[in-house]
Design a protein around this ligand. Structure first.
Ligand code: ATP
Ligand code: NCN
Length: 223
């Protein structure tokens, strides 16, 4: 991967991770390889502004499941939004870029999120902050292509090669990653195990013995 003095190429995957699953791991490793990233950081959200709180396990439980899924991979599970005090992605990304000015970031998301991206706060502002890579997801690709956000974003589409060759990144830029789509979802896991959230209802971040704080400023070591 890249070998620049301090800066690294980082993919950011935000999500509820309620719970994390093998699909998150697989798409992260796929995106890392395809885009030539050093690491992927998972931003386990304290609360998606568009999702109901009902059925949402505590952050500590979701972070714990994310750490489990990220094991022995160049993936770092974080609760960075809790630490930064941000709720909206546009604010989170600004704060991360200020904290890590030497890193290059790319926002990763599944095509289900692109389909409703136009409902996110200042979504064009997000696209202007960093490139976006969208990962195909079974059942959502049609809606993503026809989405209001895509009507604006499509003019910024770039070929995968422009990312992978280690060249300069600019934004807005949209790259679509096509691979053997992964049908796994947290919804399916919760359906199969409806008590998942309630079993973890009392967990707090303090219980999280394995909780590691977010990477220190300009940290360069792999997780
Ligand atoms: N199987 C998958 N294929 C492609 N993208 C995925 C997949 N699973 C999750 N993602 C993406 O990972 C990010 C975080 O997803 P999230 O934590 O909401 O999991 P989820 O499985 O989509 O959950 P839920 O079913 O509760 O909506 C989102 O950008 C989502 O699109
Ligand atoms: O900023 C917003 O307006 C916004 C609205 C909806 C979702 N998001 C982010 O989208 C990411 C994916 O969320 P989720 O719940 O679909 O996994 C997560 O990082 C959320 O914080 C952000």
């Amino acid at each position: 991967m890249t070998n620049r003095a301090n800066g690294r190429r980082i993919g950011l995957l935000g999500g509820s991770f309620n719970p994390a699953h093998g699909g998150h791991r697989r798409i992260s490793l796929f995106a890392r390889e395809a885009l030539g990233l050093d690491q992927v950081w998972w931003l386990v959200s304290p609360g998606n502004p568009l999702k109901p709180k009902e059925g949402m396990a505590p952050l500590a439980a979701r972070l714990s499941s994310a750490m489990e899924q990220a094991r022995r991979a160049p993936i770092r599970a974080t609760a960075i939004e809790r630490e930064l005090g941000t709720r909206y992605t546009v604010d989170t990304l600004g704060a991360i870029q200020r904290r890590y000015p030497k890193h290059d970031f790319v926002w990763l998301m599944g095509s289900d999120n692109l389909a409703q991206f136009h409902r996110w706060r200042d979504w064009r502002g997000i696209a202007r902050r960093m490139p976006i890579a969208v990962i195909a997801r079974p059942g959502y690709d049609g809606a993503a292509i026809a989405s209001p956000a895509m009507a604006w974003l499509r003019r910024y589409r770039v070929p995968l090669a422009s990312f992978a060759n280690g060249g300069e990144w600019s934004a807005p830029a949209l790259v679509t990653l096509r691979f053997d789509p992964d049908p796994r979802s947290a919804t399916a896991i919760r359906r199969a195990d409806p008590d998942w959230a309630s079993r973890h209802a009392g967990k707090t971040l303090r219980d999280q013995v394995t909780h590691r704080p977010i990477p220190s400023r300009e940290e360069t070591t792999a997780p």
